[in-house]
Structures are given as structure tokens and as C-alpha cells.
Design a protein around this ligand. Structure first.
Ligand code: ZN
Length: 289
């Protein structure tokens, strides 16, 4: 049975696979026009399977965020028949309304990245796409419904800033981001969300708060030189909630929901004007020949 849902995340994927709660099949890894993607693990423990794709490998040799091959990863998922992507991103809270361990389902992005490929279509004029809404609203609402069913609370909506990394932001950068309305900051999500639209896929993001973005004030104590210090001090090195452990359950339920009712959205038509105007093939693979 083909899977329609995929989750893209970082090291969380390998933790989930190690946890032994998922029946994941040998990863699929096929060369794409953009190079070799990360492996896609097929989780087949229900009648609604889904894929897990790590953004990077599990070890120390993983790249900084900007050289990650997002285009190959998304092409590979599309090629496998995936129609909807849920992204899991560790994030820092800028607003004081969010606390460690909380989840946020963003509805807007401030893309502050500088070195990443911004389009699947570098050599033609096909990337001129509308970005409102940024994320797939129906998918986000389905995700929120599943969270309620599992007893998880999440902030619905909010702006996430995506910075280049791998370093964290300076106090001046965090204050600037706060001024322009960013509530959380992360190093992932962009350009993924934009590239998913170019491939006519639904995309929703989950931001998992793992630290407080530092503004330079002393209101939130942060030990000098310690990354995610509060997390370690207060929780003995463990995430402050078991939210990450609930992700497999969440994906299983969401996959079942998607199988019953596909999201009522326009994501599958995002390139329809181009297909009409430029007589593009209905077979998306031919766009990249
Ligand atoms: Zn959609």
C-alpha cells in the first residue's frame, strides 16, 4: 500500500526508530535529479502507512542546515507518492507566551535564510507562486484535531522565523525578529515549505520549543556556554514533556484520517496555471528532465 503522508524531522526520526515502537521497513533511497536524498523509512504498523524522512544522518558528520539536500528529499517523497508532509522542527521561543516543551503549528514564515536553494526551478520561470496561505490550512487543522484527540495542546498559528544557522541567533537578531512579529525561531522549514508547494504537496509544520531565544535580558537565566541549558537543568537532560514520544501516535492517527478524508485544499493545483500557460506535462517528473 502506498503511503500518502510523510514526516520530515531531524534526530527525532532516529530516536523514534530506535525506540522500537514502530515497524519501519528498510529505507528507500533512489537517486533524484537533485542528487541522493536522505532515506525514507516506511512505517507500516497500521492500515494507513506513512514515511519518516530524517533531514540528515544520525551522527556527528551531519551537515549544517544550509547544505542539506532539501530538493532531493522532497523530490524523493513526491516520487514515492507522498501527498502531505508534516515537518517537525525544534524551535526557540521568542514570545513569552510559549514555554519549553510546548508545540506550535505556525501559519506564517519569515525566511531569513541566505544560502539555500530557494526553488526547484532554478533555470526557468516556474517558481512565481503565491504564498498565502503559506502552509496547508486543512492539513494543519487535521493535525490540530489529532492533537486534541491525544490530549496535546498546541498554539494554533503564529509566525516562525527561519535563520541560517548552525549558530543560534545573537540578542540583536532575536530582538529584531521579535519586532517584526516572529514568535519562534528555527533553522528548518524554509525552503521546505516553499518547495513542497512547487511540487503540489500539502505541508504543515510543528514547532517544538526546546529553548528560549536569547534577547540579552537576564529574565530567563541561561548558563554561559550551555546550549539549551534550561532543558538540562530542569529536566535532567530529557525533553520537558513526552511530546516527542507521542509523535508516532500522532502520525499514525493523522495517516488514518488522511486516508479517510484528503484535505480540502488547493495544494494539488498550485502549478495548474503554469501547466496551462506553458503547456507543461501533467507528469511532474517531466518538469525536471
Ligand atoms: Zn493542502
Amino acid at each position: 500500500m502506498s503511503a500518502k503522508l510523510a514526516c520530515i524531522a531531524g534526530a527525532t526520526i532516529y530516536r523514534m526508530l530506535k525506540g522500537g515502537h514502530l515497524d519501519a521497513q528498510e529505507p528507500v533511497r533512489k537517486l533524484t535529479p537533485f542528487g541522493l536524498p536522505e532515506p525514507a523509512f516506511l512505517v507500516n504498523n497500521s492500515d494507513a502507512p506513512f514515511y519518516l524522512m530524517p533531514r540528515h544522518g544520525p551522527g556527528l558528520d551531519r551537515p549544517a542546515p544550509w547544505p542539506m539536500n532539501v530538493r532531493a528529499n522532497l523530490y524523493a517523497l513526491k516520487d514515492l507518492g507522498v501527498e502531505a508532509i508534516v515537518s517537525w522542527s525544534a524551535a526557540g521561543a521568542i514570545t513569552h507566551n510559549l514555554h519549553l516543551g510546548q508545540l506550535m503549528l505556525p501559519d506564517d514564515v519569515l525566511d531569513m535564510t541566505r544560502r539555500r536553494p530557494m526553488t526547484m526551478f532554478e533555470n526557468c520561470a516556474l517558481g512565481f507562486l503565491r504564498q498565502f496561505p503559506v502552509f496547508c490550512d486543512p492539513l494543519r487543522e487535521m493535525l490540530a484535531d489529532v492533537m486534541v484527540e491525544l490530549g496535546l495542546s498546541a498554539q494554533m498559528g503564529g509566525t516562525v522565523a527561519v535563520t541560517e544557522g548552525p549558530r543560534l541567533e545573537t540578542p540583536a537578531e532575536v530582538r529584531m525578529l521579535a519586532t517584526v512579529g516572529a514568535e519562534v525561531v528555527t533553522h528548518t522549514l524554509a525552503p521546505e515549505v516553499f518547495l513542497a508547494r512547487e511540487l503540489q504537496m500539502c505541508y504543515a509544520g510543528i514547532c517544538y520549543i526546546v529553548n528560549y531565544a536569547e534577547t540579552g535580558s537576564r529574565h530567563r537565566p541561561f548558563n554561559v556556554g550551555e546550549l539549551f541549558a534550561e532543558l538540562r537543568q530542569d529536566q535532567g537532560g530529557k525533553p520537558p514533556t513526552d511530546t516527542a514520544e507521542l509523535l508516532p501516535k500522532l502520525l499514525t492517527r493523522l495517516a488514518a484520517k488522511l486516508k479517510q478524508t484528503p484535505p480540502a485544499c488547493d495544494c494539488r493545483q498550485s502549478m495548474s496555471e503554469y501547466i496551462k500557460d506553458y503547456d507543461l506535462s501533467e507528469n511532474w517528473r517531466e518538469w525536471f528532465d
